[in-house]
Design a protein around this ligand. Structure first.
Ligand code: F0G
Length: 351
């Protein structure tokens, strides 16, 4: 990681940029692949966490935004727009600020986590709260970009997928092989599309000799891919994946089918249990959407769909600080103590 120059410089030969392009980067990527001891014990597998919250704006979106903003700048674009449940907007705002581009974000009113909103505000983008859900925002962003001189930087823009596929390269480069199973949360389905593209490129170039099975996990109240039909009123505590009509539907299904993978739904209770387990047992603080992948992993292990002894990589997509309200929910207020070591010792039941 010391000197890591960002994914465009590291994987330049696998990305569609010319040598002289002006790269907009915050040195994203190169994220930790952390051994998850407790999860490995629970599942009888070797489980590793790809900790994407370690990216510059705290989510995997930075991989796709360095490529999208670099491309937009090179193409002479002056402004970019996206729909977002929060992380895409935070990332777009940061990279656009760096590139000197105007950035507009369409977010579902009242349904984005506080940390993400703070990022959009501080990077100085135009925040338009929409009376609708993410799916409405995306349709609006697409129509605006089609009719006006503004570049769409959602993952329906193929250059986003190019950037995000580098996470699969990193996993293989670190392990010296592909995992047996790759588990990740699925919302708009850009990321599962990107990982699968990365794995299949490495496979066809002979860098790896087999690709992983792809396990895509959705929240039960927003699980169109699991049900095989759009959900008109998606609901879940994991606001990042509160999406009823994923734009990359076809490529997500193709990834599952070609990899002998699966889609699974997890309840908000299961998401929160995995969220707490990750934080309290593995020391990894993620946002609820990210914990959905771990909830799905536990489910698949429990019902036998995850073969014991598998090498499993689980992507945890965003940092826990994105959503402080969920972390603090249920916190018990305690009386302040006097400045006295005896009071501290007795509060800790050391005496
Ligand atoms: N995890 C997090 C933390 C996310 O922010 C998202 C998507 C996903 C998982 C799902 O990824 O959409 O590629 O299937 N967030 C988008 C956004 C929708 O606007 O930030 P996906």
């Amino acid at each position: 990681r010391p000197g890591w120059p960002g994914i465009i410089h590291v994987y330049r030969d696998r990305l569609p940029f010319t040598a002289d392009v002006e790269v907009v980067t915050l040195q994203e990527g190169g994220t930790p692949l952390v051994e998850a001891r407790h999860l490995s014990e629970l599942t009888g597998c070797r489980v590793l966490l790809k900790v994407e919250g370690a990216n510059p704006t705290g989510s995997f979106k930075d991989r796709g935004m360095t490529t999208a903003i670099t491309h937009a700048l090179a193409a002479g674009s002056r402004a970019v727009i996206c729909a977002s449940t929060g992380n895409t907007s935070a990332s777009a705002a940061a990279y656009a600020a760096r590139a000197g581009l105007t950035c507009a974000v369409l977010v579902p009113r009242g349904k984005i986590a506080m940390g993400k909103l703070a990022q959009a505000v501080v990077h100085g983008c135009r925040i338009l709260q929409i009376d609708g859900n993410f799916d409405d925002c995306l349709e609006l962003a697409r129509k605006t970009a089609a009719g006006y001189p503004i570049t769409l930087v959602n993952s329906v823009n193929p250059i986003r997928i190019e950037g995000q596929k580098t996470a699969a390269f990193e996993v293989c480069d670190v392990l010296g092989r592909a995992p047996d199973v790759h588990v990740l949360p699925v919302g708009n389905a850009g990321n599962i599309t990107a990982y699968w593209k990365g794995y299949t490129e490495y496979l066809s170039d002979g860098v790896i000799d087999s690709a992983p099975r792809m396990f895509g996990i959705q929240a039960a109240g927003a699980a169109p891919l699991v049900h095989g039909a759009p959900v008109s009123h998606p609901e879940t505590i994991a606001t990042a994946i509160r999406i009823g009509s994923p734009a990359s539907w076809g490529t997500a299904v193709a990834a599952r089918d070609a990899s002998d993978g699966l889609f699974e739904a997890v309840t908000d209770e299961q998401i929160l249990a995995a969220y707490r387990l990750l934080a309290s047992r593995e020391g990894v603080f993620v946002e609820p959407a990210s914990a959905a992948s771990v909830a799905g992993l536990l489910l698949a292990a429990a019902d036998g769909r995850l073969p014991a002894g598998s090498l499993v990589v689980c992507t945890v997509t965003g940092h826990g600080l994105k959503d402080p309200a969920t972390a603090l929910d249920g916190m018990v207020e305690v009386e302040p103590l006097p400045v006295d070591p005896n009071a501290v010792a007795s509060a800790l039941e050391l005496v």
